[in-house]
Design a protein around this ligand. Structure first.
Ligand code: NAP
Length: 479
């Protein structure tokens, strides 16, 4: 009998264990630190039934009341921050503070901030026409039951991004975390169920390869799926969802380009570029994943990035001095190794890294690769790890075309002191968000989402909230 704690599912307000459970690994040690109940399709069935039963009463609550309860959830997150941060570090490997303060503190702090902002959002009735002839109103109504499927890189924050607007708009939720990182989410859902009515927020979990995710995507009792994860899984979900015409928000992979113009101050931008690429070991959808640098500053910027990579402290995220933790799972570590091998074969010059670090955990040295162009795997595909290609360019107009020649379209950035030029270039980049002189900084009131193969729809702010509603138009003739 294992002595590890077993995290249950939560259905209709009740903790639910299953016949079996699965191990949750701490990537800093490669050893299990917890277990999670291994659900199956019958648990999806029960959770959807609970969410459907809870929906009418939750949708009928006043907007003010739902706003108040979501505000209480922010307080609950705040009150439990130390425990949640520790769980985030144990299951993701993310340091407590982290490079550029991107760590477990930011994950839980961000969850609180997004919850607070979402509690204050609203979608008032829009009056299109109101004259002697008629009044035309546009109402936003909840969709019903929303399924949330989350990845392993920011498990709590992304669950919050999904759940809060769904609940705020009057939907009920069935949530499935990644089998690699179910623990923080399970603890949060337990805490939230002390505040929310039973059935409003349900949690099901599945072991690797389980039927839980697919069962959710085909279930006729689910009206919408909000999914964050890989483009490959997004395609499968979209296919499954077609039969019941579910609404979809898909936040998928990215291969964000950063373009550094020749007028930057190299020493000043290097730490920002480094952090944008390497925070959370590059395992963030909107990390900077391809860095294009003008030839006039290429060598100087490479030298600065190399110095930063050599100075960064990699280790167990529970050590407060540590800036980067391990890669989150063995499969991802092997994927990074394979992409590094491809970069070697394709002529990449490794300025540093390119190998695992000693220890039992999934540690990989921060790696910078010069000398590659489009057509190499490291430039063309999302690496999702601590390995950055730095690509030389000559002509700014040409580099925009090169940056756009990629199937992803999540984010991008321009680095320059000339803000007018940056604004013009930003409009030419094919991606959902363009940052100027920063990269990847999302905020709870500004829409964020991918175009091309990076996804469908947006999250955050009023635009994101609207995605959890359907429109009802009411036309009243007055004469
Ligand atoms: P993933 O392998 O696609 O898994 C994501 C979630 O989907 C997990 O909960 C997974 O469950 C579930 N899933 C897998 N197959 C499924 C199926 N057939 N039907 C329903 N659900 C299924 O992604 P990941 O490796 O966890 O995350 C990394 C990817 O996410 C990267 O590509 C990254 O860029 C992307 N991402 C995008 C954003 C964004 O906002 N655009 C944000 C963060 C991450 P199991 O784990 O239990 O298999």
């Amino acid at each position: 009998m294992s002595e590890l704690p077993i995290y249950p599912m939560l259905i209709a307000g009740q903790p639910v264990l299953a016949a079996t459970s699965f191990e949750v690994i701490n990537p800093a040690t490669a050893a299990p630190f917890a277990r999670a109940a291994a659900g199956d399709a019958s648990h999806v069935e029960a959770a959807v039934a609970a969410a459907r039963a809870a929906f009418p009463a939750w949708a009928a609550r006043s907007d003010t009341e739902r706003s108040r309860l979501i505000g209480v959830l922010a307080e609950v997150l705040q009150a439990n921050m130390p425990e949640l941060m520790r769980l985030v570090t144990l299951e993701t490997g993310k340091p407590v503070d982290g490079l550029n303060h991107v760590g477990a503190g930011m994950e839980v702090g961000g969850a609180i901030a997004w919850t607070q902002v979402t509690s204050q959002l609203d979608l008032p009735v829009e009056v299109i026409q109101d004259n002697a002839e008629a009044r035309v109103e546009v109402h936003r109504k909840p969709l019903g039951v929303v399924a949330s499927i989350t990845p392993w890189n920011w498990p709590l924050m992304i669950a919050i991004w999904h759940i809060m607007p769904a609940l705020r708009a009057g939907n009920t939720v069935v949530l499935k975390p990644s089998e690699l990182t179910p623990v923080t989410t399970a603890r949060f859902v337990e805490l939230a169920n002390a505040v929310l009515p039973p059935g409003v927020l349900n949690l099901v979990m599945g072991a690797a390869g389980s039927e839980v995710g697919p069962a959710m995507t085909i279930h006729p009792g689910i009206d919408k799926i909000v999914f964050t994860g890989s483009t490959a899984t997004g395609r499968k979900i979209m296919g499954n969802a077609a039969a019941t015409l579910k609404r979809l928000t898909l936040e998928l992979g990215g291969n964000d380009a950063g373009i550094v113009l020749p007028d930057v101050e190299v020493k000043a931008v290097a730490p920002k570029l480094f952090a944008a690429a390497f925070h959370n070991n590059g395992q963030t959808c909107a990390c900077l994943k391809r860095l294009y640098v003008h030839e006039s500053i290429y060598e100087a910027l490479c030298a600065e990035l190399l110095a930063l990579a050599q100075a960064v402290k990699v280790g167990d995220g529970l050590d407060p001095a540590c800036q980067l933790g391990p890669i989150q799972n063995r499969m991802q570590l092997e994927k990074v190794e394979a992409i590094a091998e491809a970069a070697r074969r394709q002529g990449g010059q490794f300025l540093c890294g390119g190998e695992r670090l000693p220890g039992s955990g999934y540690f990989y040295a921060p790696t910078i690769v010069a000398g590659l162009d489009e057509g190499s795997q490291l430039v063309d595909e999302e690496q999702f790890g601590p390995i950055l290609p730095v690509i030389r360019y000559v002509d700014v107009d040409e580099v925009v075309v090169r940056a756009n020649r990629n199937s992803n379209g999540l984010g991008g950035s321009i680095w320059t002191r000339d803000l007018d030029r940056a604004a013009a270039l930003a409009l030419r980049l094919e991606c959902g968000t363009v940052w100027v002189n920063e990269h990847g900084a999302v905020q709870p009131d500004a829409p964020f989402g991918g175009i091309k193969q990076s996804g469908l729809g947006v999250e955050f702010g009023r635009h994101g909230l609207a995605e959890f509603t359907s429109i009802q138009t009411i036309k009243m003739m007055k004469a």
